[in-house]
Design a protein around this ligand. Structure first.
Ligand code: NAD
Ligand code: 5JK
Length: 385
């Protein structure tokens, strides 16, 4: 990713900088700050958090774009480290006022072992919590996921539900299992005494499927469409709704939560919030076409072109092929039984809890989110030529 201008609003940047002269005192740490969401959180903090003195970015892989951030008024400290290594985490956390923990292994395609997913997502989160307790950091924001709730193994729909909607959250796949365990650790840690005797205040944000600039799977679908002569073939009924939220708004929610946790600790501590905005309710494929359509792709079919049983068969075949080919190569296609169930089960949220608890309103309208994402896909296209 490149230029700053894609991420912010010039007006608010200027306002933020003026305010920052008054009270630059806070140190923030963002784990996973070089990932898809993490980069947006980092840039959003620099633009929207006037109290920031130092921003630490902790990631297994540091991006070259970090260099351009080091010339601004806030001290940007890049830390190459691994959340599974407790001592590395503790060193990064020491002296931070707020930790935003977005680092995680997002793998629903069988690229990594269940043990590694658990190690990074669960043990990594445990290390972050213990580091906060040991070093006296009081505010922890955790990036959880909608998948902590569902879709569940029974494929039951969750139709425009909120944080209190009853739903049987039962999972078998390593990724949602790890996110659910990690979220539980974070919520249970709320109220623990940190070094110095004050209580830790934690909360968890649950994004639905995030989209926007830097979204790797959107890029994959785009390239697949180009390979297929500008066409994608409908696999999922248009009636199945899949929740989506723009990355800039998810980042904005993180910034707001981090800011408000201190003032509203009693209300927000130990709470979960779905991440939402005004993105329309659509099927996964129809939603992607909002961006891929203007970039020249077409979704063929008003109904799925293959019968569902055949998709189930192909998904199972992919699992078998993945297993057979493992000694030779990593075969990890988009279609497997889990991703098929995800795409084929209605899961959407409708809530205003974040507005009620900490005054969240989306920073980017749907039109703006759409335009920014289309521009980004077009730039991907340009760079591929
Ligand atoms: N992408 C989505 O649709 C989505 C939806 C809901 C929740 N989430 C959650 O948001 C967070 C960020 O996801 P993303 O889509 O940006 O993924 P991503 O893979 O782009 O970013 C994750 C970042 O974490 C870093 N990381 C991985 N293992 C690490 C380790 N051992 N130590 C330090 N850093 C490590 C990676 O290098 C990467 O920069 C994750 O916790 C994920 O579970 C993502
Ligand atoms: C059946 C195929 C034609 C389509 C396959 C699409 C599949 C790759 C998509 C569908 C839903 C997507 C997930 C969903 O948006 C939410 C999340 C939550 C998050 O925590 C991690 C990413 C993830 C799992 C998306 C991954 C890609 C999925 C499964």
């Amino acid at each position: 990713m490149a230029s700053d201008s894609r991420f912010g609003r010039p007006g608010t940047v200027a306002a933020g900088m003026a305010d920052s002269a008054q009270a630059q005192k806070l140190v923030y740490l963002v784990t996973g700050g070089c990932g898809f969401l993490g980069e947006h959180v980092v840039r959003m903090l620099l633009q929207q958090e006037p109290q920031l003195r130092e921003l630490r970015i902790f990631d297994l892989h540091l991006g070259p774009w970090l260099e351009e951030l080091k010339t601004g008024p806030v001290q940007v400290t890049a830390i190459q480290g691994d959340v599974t290594q407790a001592h590395e985490v503790a060193a990064a956390v020491a002296g931070a006022h707020v930790v935003i923990h977005t680092a995680g292994l997002v793998d629903v395609f069988g690229k990594t072992s269940p043990e590694t997913i658990h190690e990074v997502n669960v043990q990594g989160t445990r290390n972050v919590i213990e580091a906060c307790v040991q070093t006296g950091t009081r505010f922890l924001v955790y990036t959880s996921s909608m998948e902590v709730v569902g879709p569940n193994v029974k494929g039951q729909p969750f139709y425009r539900g909120n944080e209190n909607t009853p739903y049987e959250a039962v999972h078998r796949h390593p990724y949602p299992c790890s996110k659910a365990l990690a979220e539980q650790l974070v919520l249970e840690a709320n109220g623990r005494k940190v070094l110095g005797g004050l209580p830790l205040v934690t909360c968890a944000l649950r994004p639905t499927g995030i989209y926007g600039e830097g979204h790797q799977i959107m890029r994959d679908f785009y390239h697949q469409g180009l390979r297929l002569g500008g066409r994608l073939f409908r696999a999922i009924p248009a009636s199945v709704e899949h929740g989506r939220v723009y990355v800039g708004n998810v980042a904005w929610m993180h910034v707001l939560v981090a800011r408000e946790l201190e003032h509203r600790a009693a209300l927000m501590g130990g709470q979960v919030y779905f991440c939402y905005d005004n993105s329309p309710y659509k099927s996964y494929e129809d939603f992607n076409m909002e961006f891929l359509g203007p970039c020249g792709l077409r979704l063929v079919g008003t109904h799925p072109l293959l019968p569902y049983w055949l998709l189930v068969f192909l998904a199972a075949l992919n699992v078998l092929l993945q297993w057979l080919l493992r000694p030779l190569l990593l075969y990890a296609p988009l279609l497997n039984p889990y991703t098929l169930a995800m795409a084929n089960t209605t899961f959407t949220v409708s809530t205003d809890k974040a507005r009620r608890h900490f005054g969240y309103e989306p920073l980017f309208s749907w039109e703006e989110s759409r335009t920014r994402t289309i521009r980004w896909v077009q730039a991907v296209e340009g760079s591929a030529q």
